[in-house]
Design a protein around this ligand. Structure first.
Ligand SMILES: [Zn+2]
Ligand SMILES: [Zn+2]
Length: 81
């Protein structure tokens, strides 16, 4: 396609980025369309929710969570070798 192999690789990479690295928009149950990075995916049912719907789906707001004074359980990080 291109004579320059490095250019060919770069163009293919850019094409992929342009195609897949756009902000992916997800339709929430409340019919709002939100960028995926601002949504919360339920661990159990796999559905994505906007911030407002997440409070309802997960059963409590962040304010409720803080008031409970129960912490998220830390996950062990892998030791570097
Ligand atoms: Zn929503
Ligand atoms: Zn769920």
């Amino acid at each position: 396609m291109f004579e320059d192999q490095d250019k060919a690789k770069r163009v293919i990479k850019q094409f992929t980025q342009a195609k897949y690295e756009l902000p992916t928009m997800i339709d929430c149950a409340c019919s709002r369309r939100i960028p995926i990075r601002f949504m919360y995916k339920c661990y159990y049912c796999g559905e994505y929710f906007c911030e407002k719907c997440a409070e309802v789906h997960f059963g409590k707001s962040r304010k409720d969570y803080k008031a409970e004074k129960v912490k998220c359980v830390p996950v062990k990080t892998k030791e570097k070798k």
